[in-house]
Design a protein around this ligand. Structure first.
Ligand code: ZN
Length: 416
């Protein structure tokens, strides 16, 4: 029987990855997924690309890199790193639900060709400019955080007229787009290619996003600049608007809009959801995902506790401290989120029952909407819709997963 020739899928890419450690590591990218891999896996990648059969790959590793490895170990690595992740021709990822699970329903607002035209503003991301401006923004955020509360703003929003509300949201939306441009411009400042800017739903919240996949190639510190680039540029926009408003316009409505956008910045730095704060931490730690680091760190501790050798590579002391603090906080965060989601779900179900009852009582033609009440109802209906859609997606993905597992089992059985 002839040996199987392995072939890496088109679009799978590998590059050096700066994780802040002395030992070199690499990153494999494919369809918006990224795997941090060791030198050995990188060499295997290159050898598969060059040769294809297990025997030839083994020979290549010995000849080019002086690495001796037995067939079984080699096949095992190829299985874990390449086959299970669906990187070889004819394979599909066993766990594809990982991809974009939380950010869904995406649409493009600005294609990368347009984003690219704003490269001239990347001077804003020069080191000195960033440090001085950053300090001003930081002080300003501290000032508004000290002087205003989120609750005040929400009640101000609720008492607004529809026209004002629309203007307010429009300003916040523009602030959001500028935020996304911040990530793209920072990427361009380091000669990375920016991707599109778009809109999507993060779990159950509508969000804007910018595709900055290309940043994985950048140095660790540069990636961190890209992570805060959004908040930074949004901050520049807000501080400038604030100054103009305080000295010339004195407009209450604009003031509220600026403050809302400012509070949004704080929410964005929350490291427990995959927003800017999270990615900042990811890049500080030099990893591709925090979940994995948490798992490794706590497994290591467990192994240590039962007197066995640690299974995973250890982070250095400073990074470890950060992980411990993070672990404690994320526990509370999840509890809070579960409570929040349950409440939203209950509210959503109540809304559906309420609407159903109303239609039942008076019929579809019996419902009369004024423009004002229409808008008022619209926002609760849209939240209801998103929450329920998320629930359906969650159930669906669990069903799909069960089906895939079934298939894998059957395939394994047939294989033997
Ligand atoms: Zn951002």
């Amino acid at each position: 029987m002839g040996e199987v020739v392995l072939k890496i899928k088109k679009g799978v890419d590998v590059s050096v990855f700066d994780d802040g450690n002395k030992k070199k590591s690499y990153i494999i990218s494919f369809e918006e997924r990224h795997w941090k891999v060791s030198k050995l896996v990188y060499y295997i990648f290159v050898s598969i690309d060059k040769k294809g059969t297990i025997t030839a790959i083994k020979e290549n590793l010995e000849k080019e890199y002086a690495i001796e490895i037995d067939n079984q170990k080699l096949e095992q690595i190829i299985d874990i790193a390449f086959i299970k992740n669906g990187l070889l021709e004819g394979t599909t990822a066993a766990d594809f639900r990982k991809r974009n699970k939380l950010l869904w329903g995406r649409i493009t607002l600005l294609p990368s060709s347009i984003v690219n035209r704003f490269k001239m503003f990347s001077f804003l991301f020069h080191k000195k400019c960033m440090i001085y401006t950053g300090i001003i923004i930081f002080l300003w955020i501290a000032y508004i955080f000290y002087n205003y509360s989120n609750r005040e703003l929400v009640s101000a929003l609720f008492s607004m007229e529809i026209k004002d509300l629309v203007i307010c949201y429009a300003y916040v939306f523009i602030g959001g787009i500028i935020h996304e441009f911040g990530h793209s411009m920072a990427t361009m400042a380091y000669d990375g290619k920016p991707g599109r800017i778009g809109m999507g739903i993060y779990i159950i919240m509508p969000v804007l996003f910018s595709d900055v996949t290309d940043t994985w190639r950048l140095k660790r510190i540069q990636r961190m600049v890209v992570d805060i680039g959004g908040v930074y540029l949004q901050g520049v926009f807000l501080v400038v608007s604030f100054i103009i408003n305080v000295f010339w316009l004195n407009n209450d409505l604009l003031n509220i809009a600026i403050l809302i956008s400012g509070f949004q910045i704080l929410g964005n730095l929350n490291p427990f959801i995959k927003m800017d704060g999270y990615w900042l931490l990811v890049d500080f730690l030099g990893v591709t995902e925090i979940k994995e680091v948490l798992f490794h760190t706590w497994s290591n501790l467990l192994y240590k506790a039962i007197g066995k050798p640690q299974k995973y590579a250890c982070l250095d002391k400073d990074k470890l401290k950060v992980i411990y603090i993070y672990s404690v906080f994320i526990l509370f965060f999840y509890l809070y989120f579960i409570k929040f989601f349950t409440n939203s779900l209950i509210l959503a179900i109540q809304t559906v029952i309420h609407d159903g009852k109303k239609v039942w009582e008076v019929g579809l033609t019996g419902i009369h909407f004024t423009f004002e009440s229409g808008i008022q109802h619209f926002s609760t209906r849209i939240t209801t819709f998103i929450v329920l859609l998320f629930l359906v997606r969650m159930i669906w993905s669990i069903l799909i997963r069960m089906k895939i597992n079934d298939r894998i089992k059957i395939w394994r059985r047939g294989d033997k």
